[in-house]
Design a protein around this ligand. Structure first.
Ligand SMILES: CC(C)(COP(=O)(O)OP(=O)(O)OC[C@H]1O[C@@H](n2cnc3c(N)ncnc32)[C@H](O)[C@@H]1OP(=O)(O)O)[C@@H](O)C(=O)NCCC(=O)NCCS
Length: 258
């Protein structure tokens, strides 16, 4: 039988002492050398990353197929105007969901030319967001335009708490009598000027609601301190209600679990 040449390449990496201890401990538990453990772990994450990317692409294709079936069920004969590309609300939804990918901010995302029209938000995103994520002060998610890989929008989300006493009677009566209520705080949300008015702001907001709802740590509601009247009207438009004594503090209770 021909002998398969098993060539290996060498990689070098620097690691902080604390992280090395952690890896060493895990490698010992699996009875592996550190380098075997690191290579196996890297391969596992690489497979998962590639699978996830493929799943997202497939789900976009599935959405298109789903809409096609809705517009033209098997055996039916939809009129030509219904099938014309870009003509139906479904097509517009597809254009939106098929064009952008919302994912956690990474160090290799290019944030340098992000411009949403509000200086403070642009400066925060370009200069501060990465550091806040590294220090676990917040999580940050970005909407990437798939065709160009440009960042079209972002939002930040952090764990927080609000006093039960700040809640309206209507909300408070559905809650247990603990002094604080666990919430997720939407710190900042912005869409780059070039993408305004294309439902991306709304999509980012719903993505935040989705992520907060899926959290394994209990989160009762999403809260936001709207920075001005326009931002306030954006959140009110999406179902938030005022709470507390501070002006422009808004809350959106999340759907009940099961
Ligand atoms: C506010 C902002 C995020 C909206 O994003 P957008 O992508 O342009 O908005 P969308 O296209 O997603 O709008 C979705 C819906 O919200 C509505 N909407 C958008 N801005 C609104 C506002 N200021 N007040 C009320 N409704 C608003 C739209 O009419 C649309 O309604 P519909 O779904 O019923 O048709 C965007 O304008 C922005 O980044 N502004 C600068 C930063 C900012 O003010 N951030 C807010 C909080 S920090």
């Amino acid at each position: 039988m021909p002998q398969q040449a098993s060539r290996t390449a060498r990689i070098e990496a620097r690691i902080a002492p604390g992280a090395l201890l952690l890896v060493k401990r895990a490698a010992e538990l699996q009875g592996r050398s550190i380098s075997d453990f690191v290579v196996a772990a890297a391969q596992e994450v690489a497979h998962r990353t590639i699978d996830e990317a493929q799943m997202i692409r497939l789900s976009v294709q599935d959405q298109r197929r789903f809409v096609e079936l809705l517009l033209k069920p098997p055996g039916s004969c939809a009129g030509p105007e219904a099938r014309q590309e870009g003509s139906s609300p479904f097509d517009r939804i597809l254009q939106m969901t098929g064009s952008f990918l919302i994912e956690p901010l990474r160090s290799n995302h290019d944030r340098t030319d992000f411009t949403c029209g509000v200086d403070a938000l642009d400066r925060y995103f370009r200069e501060q967001a990465g550091q806040d994520v590294r220090r676990r002060a917040t999580a940050c998610f970005v909407a990437l335009e798939m065709a160009s890989d440009r960042i079209a929008g972002f939002y930040t989300l952090a764990a927080g708490g609000v006093l039960l006493a700040q809640m309206s009677v209507r909300l408070a009566k559905r809650l247990p009598r603990y002094p604080t209520v666990p919430v997720a705080r939407l710190g900042r949300l912005a869409v780059a000027l070039a993408y305004h008015g294309r439902k991306l702001g709304g999509s980012l907001l719903w993505d935040a609601i989705e992520r907060a709802s899926r959290s394994e740590v209990a989160v009762y509601a999403l809260v936001v301190d709207a920075k001005d009247e326009q931002a306030e009207s954006f959140y009110l438009h999406h179902g938030f209600v005022a709470f507390g004594d501070t002006s422009r503090s808004l809350i959106l209770p999340l759907p009940k679990r099961m």
